[in-house]
Each structure stands twice: as C-alpha cells, then as structure tokens.
Design a protein around this ligand. Structure first.
Ligand SMILES: Nc1ncnc2c1ncn2[C@@H]1O[C@H](COP(=O)(O)OP(=O)(O)O)[C@@H](O)[C@H]1O
Ligand SMILES: [Mg+2]
Length: 261
C-alpha cells in the first residue's frame, strides 16, 4: 500500500506546486490521478520516486509512505529496489538502442539471468516486442515505444508501477492496446498509479480515482462514482453541456454550483 498524506512540494524554494495532496494506492489496485496540464501530476510522481532533487524540488510538508516506510529520505535507486518503478512522460526510450538493449537497460537492479528470463517472458506476453527485438527502438511506432517503455519498467519486478500519461499522443486503437497491457500487468498483482489526461481511459481501467487541480485534490471517489460525477463528465469526459469550456474551470464551477444550491 502506498499512502501520500498532506504532501506539499516546492520548486526552487519558492514555487508551491503541491498544496496538501493526500491519496492512497491499495495493494493490487489501479488508481487514476486525473487533472489538467500543470496541475502537479508529474510532480506527485517525482515525489514518489526520489526525482524531485534533480528538478530542484523539495517536499516541505507531509509524507510518502510505502508499505509503512517513509520514502522521503530515500534516493531514487533505493526506491526502485523497494519495488517502485516509473514510466516517465513522453516514452523516454533510448532511440538508438535496439528493443532488447532497451529492456536490458531497465534491469540494472537485477542479475543477468533474471534479466534474460524476464525478457523472454515479455516476448511471450507482448509478441510485438519479440518480433522487433533487434530493431532500433527509435523506428518503432508510438504505441510500440510506449509498450517498450512499460516493459522496461517491469524488468525491475516492481510491486507498484507509476505511469505518466501513457496514452498521450497515441491513436485511439493503440490507446486501447496500451490499456489492455496495463490491465494485464495489474492482473499479475502489480499495483498501478495511472496519471492521465484521458479520463475516459483512466476511469475504465481504474478502481479509484482522484482529480488534481492547481496542486489540490478536488474530487475523489471510486471509478464508478467519478464516471457518474457531473463535473467529471463535463470537464474531463467531455459529456454534458459545458464540454467546450476549459476543464481548468472545474473547481471554480463546482464551488459556484455548491454556492448556488
Ligand atoms: N522543475 C520545475 N521548476 C519549477 N516549476 C516547475 C518545475 N516542474 C514543474 N513545475 C511547475 O509545477 C506545476 C506542475 O507541473 P507538473 O507537475 O509537471 O504538472 P502536470 O504533470 O499535472 O502537467 C506547473 O506549474 C509547472 O510549471
Ligand atoms: Mg505531467
């Protein structure tokens, strides 16, 4: 179980980006973290993986606990060894390396034999990667690159996988394939924190969801509850009368409606 409590993050000692975020990822579940560009989703993941340092960010309040242990003081490598892996925004594969070399690069916490066995396992489960094992990764399609990035993160055998906008820039059919891959990984017991702007996809996959706006969680609930929530429908699923409105307004709009009712 991952538990983030009242987390505040500041960049360059001055810019407060997370203003008291709390969320949980129960063992074995898929949890969606939704929200517009700039809300602080990637920052939340950086706080989990020890990567704030390299962006001159700091946790100034609150805590991140994983299976009871405080991750705040651990470095990025120690966190990977604890069983947390991340696929960063924008599919950061190595374009000049082959598919197989990319997978091997993900295995720095494991022995050669373990890496070999894990890679063969992937080729069985995701045959596209097997067929393209010798191909230079930069020549794969966007969807294949995303699958490769996810597979590479799995080589470290994580218990918790953090995905930062895996559907970004992918065609709808490919989004469905990546969605199926995420489901399959979860079915094998890996918990998933799924950051997405594609709320329809995320709420289809997730058990539970949170909406982050300007560094605060403004809506939280089961995926079923969120799909039925009027603000989520209007601002994140593009349903209802105000789909043309920027979803940046969801929080204000919600407040105003509460005030009017
Ligand atoms: N290294 C950084 N230094 C200063 N501000 C940053 C840095 N990284 C992100 N930010 C700011 O923090 C806010 C949240 O960014 P981010 O976490 O990337 O949001 P999201 O992933 O939801 O789009 C944005 O206003 C962004 O400009
Ligand atoms: Mg982001």
């Amino acid at each position: 179980m991952l538990e983030i409590a009242n987390l505040e993050v500041v960049y360059h000692s001055v810019v407060l980006v997370l203003k008291g975020v709390s969320l949980k990822v129960p063992e074995g579940s898929i949890v969606a973290l939704l929200g517009p560009n700039g809300a602080g989703k990637t920052t939340t993941l950086r706080a989990l993986t020890g990567l704030l340092d390299i962006h001159d960010g700091d946790i100034t309040k609150g805590s991140v606990r994983w299976q009871g242990e405080d991750l705040g003081e651990l470095g990025a490598a120690a966190i990977v060894r604890r069983g947390i892996a991340q696929v960063m925004e924008g599919r950061r594969i190595f374009p000049d390396l082959s598919v197989e070399e990319n997978l091997i690069a993900g295995g720095w916490t494991r022995s050669k034999a373990e890496i070999g066995a894990a890679i063969e396992g992937f080729y069985d489960r995701f045959p596209v990667l097997g067929e393209r094992r010798r191909r230079q990764a930069g020549y794969l399609s966007g969807g294949e690159q995303q699958m490769l990035a996810i597979a590479r993160a799995l080589i470290s055998k994580p218990r918790l996988l953090l995905l930062d906008e895996p559907s970004l820039g992918l065609a709808p059919k490919v989004v469905a394939e990546v969605g199926a891959m995420i489901k399959a990984i979860n079915a094998e017991g890996v918990s998933i924190l799924l950051v997405e702007q594609n709320a329809a996809l995320a709420l289809e996959l997730a058990d539970h969801g949170y909406v982050l706006e300007s560094g605060r969680i403004v809506i939280e609930g089961s995926a079923t509850e969120l799909r039925a929530d009027r603000d989520v429908q209007e601002f994140y699923l593009g349903l209802g009368g105000h789909a043309e409105r920027s979803f940046r307004d969801a929080k204000l709009y919600r407040r105003r409606r509460r005030w009017l009712s």
